[in-house]
Design a binder for this molecule. Structure first.
Ligand SMILES: [Zn+2]
Length: 254
């Protein structure tokens, strides 16, 4: 039964992700209420109204070969990938009975990724709200519920300060938004979780950069949007957290 509900939640996650991507697009393009919710889904380029069968998350992308059936506009691969990972994340949070704060956290990751991919930066307002949200959740869990978590604030502070100083020294711009997100996560994650996340994230960022460089799509100086990579890394840690904790234990204590 538990597994059955998890599968249902996965598909629900896909639908939520598809809706959110459309909503973020509309917010970004200055749609006004009620149009923002009521206007039917359409192609970003030629405005063709989309049929229901062109709107099935992930599946439509592959059936229509990632193209608009009217104008041939290429739908970015970003959409099915993030939708898939949001579905997976929400299903894992449910499956492993993780705290409710994780659902909101993953939605923040999802939204920040959208803007980071387009603008190579996250809007300040979202970063500030995320910082506030992380801090308030931490206070509620520690003060109100008296559940003093084995938190990673100290580690997150040292890590963010270190990267900040490093980027100053090397004069390589590391996004301040990215750093604030890494810092805020210290309020929400346990230390093993934080370390596993960092480990997976750095690994994925390295592989992704190497692939881009090999394909000559980037050089060592190109800045790449990190939030989508953080989002994917976080989803992977949600799923493989037990295995990752074991690996981490071996690395740290042997
Ligand atoms: Zn079109």
């Amino acid at each position: 039964m538990h597994l059955y509900i998890t599968v249902v939640i996965f598909f629900l996650g896909l639908a939520v992700a598809s809706f959110l991507n459309a909503l973020l697009y509309r917010i970004d393009n200055g749609y006004k209420y009620p149009e923002i919710f009521l206007k039917g889904s359409h192609c970003e380029k030629c405005n063709k109204q989309l049929h229901w069968y062109e709107l099935i998350p992930i599946l439509s992308f592959f059936i229509f070969k990632a193209k608009c059936t009217q104008c041939g506009y290429k739908v970015p691969l970003y959409y099915p990938i993030t939708e898939f990972f949001l579905g997976l994340s929400i299903a894992s949070i449910y499956y492993f009975s993780l705290p409710i704060t994780f659902y909101i956290l993953i939605l923040f990751f999802f939204s920040m990724s959208y803007f980071d991919r387009i603008y190579k930066g996250i809007p300040k307002d979202i970063v500030h709200i995320f910082l506030l949200y992380s801090f308030v959740s931490f206070v509620i869990y520690t003060v109100v519920y008296k559940e003093i978590q084995e938190n990673s604030i100290i580690f997150a502070t040292i890590f963010a300060s270190f990267v900040f100083l490093l980027s100053k020294t090397l004069k390589k711009k590391f996004g301040l938004g990215d750093l604030l997100v890494m810092f805020s996560l210290g309020f929400l994650l346990s230390l093993p979780f934080y370390l596993s996340f960092l480990y997976v994230f750095l690994f994925i960022a390295l592989i992704y950069s190497l692939i881009l460089i090999a394909l000559k799509k980037a050089t060592i100086r190109t800045s790449i949007p990190l939030l989508p990579l953080m989002f994917i890394s976080f989803s992977l840690v949600l799923i493989f957290k037990e295995q990752l904790f074991l690996i981490l234990e071996k690395i740290l204590f042997i």
